[in-house]
Design a protein around this ligand. Structure first.
Ligand code: NAP
Length: 341
């Protein structure tokens, strides 16, 4: 494993982060990654040098299950070896049906959630605490003052921001700056080879202010691994894939990950993988690791140890400047128009 400094923070992380969104998550009555598989994946990640773990209060059924699985695993490990990130914002059902104060970025919810998160993880502090989304209902200063106090109390080392508009991120950085609050140092957007220019302004803010970027769904939910095949030239949403994979049971998959542009990018990833004796997944992840304008640490969401092993192989792949550019160029047709997403 190779390690990198997380943007402007003083923390060193592996070039890949382990995502735990599917830990304890029930879909159609089936738990996607149960406790035993979660612990096997955590073992495999740690064996391969991954020291960065991403979770959220709302991951798992009920919410909090992912954090609990990680906390149980950590009892057999030295917490100081790990950089652990969690999140707050979405309605939390871990206490039953969410009430009016069980979501958002108000002081009451953040204070309650950080306590639950630390308890489930069995840790005194979080390395990174993300706001999972922007909260239009809560005054930004209340949110940032609450998060700043948690940093000063030593419960959080660094603040992070997940998906939001570039102006929102800029406004938050400015508000922290003028109030002398801790700022968002780490970001977590949806970002992969087929989806980049769409958030160009957000990424420009990250590059300008030296914010680390930790892309979520870096393989477009598995689409960019190349295991799905198009079945209709006229319909980009028509595809088939192996039984039991996310594309075959998750409604979000078609909407977020499968597109005309995605197929074109996948063709290029496949071609470059052939040139490098690598796999499309490794090339897609490597392209993120090699981002030129900002520190980029993809959050891989492997479901099996074999998938994780393949993904970790991205660390040993190297793209030429031409190969790096070809992946970006594949998003556009011959006339310079971006393929639809
Ligand atoms: N901030 C946010 O709003 C947000 C949103 C989403 C995710 N996240 C974070 O980002 C992490 C990663 O997201 P993601 O799970 O969508 O990431 P992803 O890496 O794009 O997709 C992961 C899925 O792709 C398939 N896969 C992965 N590696 C593979 C391989 N080598 N070969 C074949 N299939 C492979 C597996 O699904 P199948 O086996 O089912 O095909 C796996 O569950 C999450 O765990 C979470 O921590 C954050």
């Amino acid at each position: 494993m190779e390690y990198t400094t997380l943007g402007a923070t003083g923390t060193t992380v592996s070039q890949l982060c382990l995502g735990t969104w599917r830990f304890g998550r029930e879909t159609g009555g089936v738990v996607e990654t149960d406790r035993e598989s979660a612990h096997t994946l955590l073992d495999a990640a740690w064996d391969r040098g991954i020291n960065f773990i991403d979770t959220a209060n709302v991951y798992g059924t009920p919410n909090g299950t992912s954090e609990r699985f990680i906390g149980e695993w950590l009892t057999e490990h030295d917490r100081e070896d790990f950089v652990i990130a969690s999140k707050v914002y979405f309605p939390f059902d871990g206490r039953g049906e969410p009430g009016p104060n069980d979501s958002g970025l108000g002081r009451k919810h953040i204070r309650a959630q950080i306590e639950g998160t630390l308890e489930r993880l069995g840790t005194e502090y979080l390395d990174v605490y993300y706001v999972h989304r922007w909260d239009p209902q809560t005054d930004l200063e209340e949110t940032l003052a609450t998060l700043d106090a948690l940093v000063r109390e030593g419960r959080i080392h660094y603040l992070g921001a997940s998906t939001m508009a570039a102006w929102q991120l800029t406004k938050a950085l400015w508000t922290s700056d003028v109030n002398d609050y801790a700022r968002f140092d780490v970001t977590q957007p949806l970002l992969h080879a087929g989806y980049r220019d769409d958030i160009q302004a957000y990424l420009d803010v990250c590059a300008t202010h030296d914010l680390a970027v930790c892309p979520y769904s870096p393989l477009a939910g598995g689409f960019l691994t190349g295991k799905y095949e198009r079945t209709d030239d006229d319909d980009p949403k028509a595809f088939e894939g192996p039984d039991g994979t996310r594309g075959t049971f998750d409604e979000r998959f078609d909407k977020f990950y499968v597109s005309e542009r995605g197929w074109h990018v996948l063709d290029e990833l496949r071609a470059i993988a052939g040139e490098l004796d690598a796999t499309p997944a490794q090339v897609a992840l490597r392209w993120l690791i090699e981002q030129r304008a900002f520190t980029c640490v993809p959050i891989v969401g492997a479901r099996t140890v074999e998938q994780l092993e393949e993904n970790v192989g991205a660390v040993d792949v190297s793209l030429s400047a031409d190969q790096y550019d070809r992946i970006g160029d594949a998003r556009y047709d011959g006339t310079g128009t971006r393929w639809g997403h």
